[in-house]
Design a protein around this ligand. Structure first.
Ligand code: PGA
Length: 247
């Protein structure tokens, strides 16, 4: 299969967000009924702000015929909790940029394994993800696919790596004990099944993970290295995140 890797380095987080916004605007205009894979976290915040503001103010773009699937959700955290990914998506995007239908795993489901199977089925029934948006963790994770000895496949219940708990504690008032220890996440197999992937990274703290994902070994110990084998990936980096892959 022909493979397409595109890599763009821009000066800073604002330029990165603008670039991602323009790409999604073009994509959404061409494919109004597309199925999106969405990410949470600090990285896409400004992108979502640009997108929802444009949708609300220009009247030129709408996602109301499109479908979205989020990558992940904490387990045992009420969707109404201010730090749940349900809340994040509502506040950052959906309240002003609604989709025809939006799906986020239910981390409160009584049977989490069944919830994962249902989520995979829903993605399949939607026709599959056309554009997957990703961030990358400092340890190279994507979604909550943490460094591991094996590649994951479909949606599953993941244990958060201690470094992820420590990184995410900033959202929980700096208190690691408040960060959930498990999450439902789409697996590497689910992510790799997306037709097109846009992965963004900003900041020097991501530089080593970016270097390893792009130039290191293809290994589940660095989950984002799976993208080396994806046929259509765009890496969008700011200077700091790209600092270890540049001359
Ligand atoms: P961040 O997280 O966007 O908050 O840096 C990215 C990730 O952990 O996937």
């Amino acid at each position: 299969m022909a493979s397409r890797l595109s890599l763009k380095v821009v000066p800073d987080y604002e330029a990165l967000s603008q670039e991602a916004f323009e790409k999604i605007k073009r994509f959404a205009t061409l494919h109004p009924q597309a199925v999106y894979g969405l990410a949470t976290g600090s990285t896409p915040e400004r992108l979502y702000q640009l997108l929802r503001t444009y949708i609300k103010e220009s009247g030129k773009l709408s996602l109301t015929q499109a479908t979205s699937f989020n990558l992940d959700e904490y387990s045992k955290l009420d969707p109404k909790h201010p730090l749940s990914y349900h809340t994040f998506m509502w506040e950052n995007l959906f309240f002003e940029a609604p989709f025809k239908s939006s799906h986020i795993p239910n981390g409160m489901a009584e049977d989490l394994v069944q919830e994962c199977l249902n989520y995979d089925l829903l993605i399949k029934q939607s026709g599959g993800i056309k554009l997957q948006i990703l961030g990358i963790g400092e340890n190279g994770h994507i979604g909550f696919n943490e460094p591991s000895e094996t590649w994951s496949e479909g949606t599953y219940v993941a244990d958060l790596h201690p470094s992820t708990i420590s990184a995410n504690a900033r959202f929980f008032g700096g208190d690691q004990s408040k960060v959930p220890t498990q999450a439902i996440t789409m697996g590497i197999g689910s992510i790799m099944a997306a037709k097109q992937i846009l992965i963004m990274a900003s900041g020097a703290n991501k530089a080593e993970a970016v270097r390893a994902a792009l130039l290191g070994k293809h290994t589940p110990e660095l989950p984002a290295s799976c993208l080396q084998r994806h046929p259509n990936v765009t890496w969008l980096l700011d200077k700091e995140a790209a600092s270890l892959i540049r001359d």
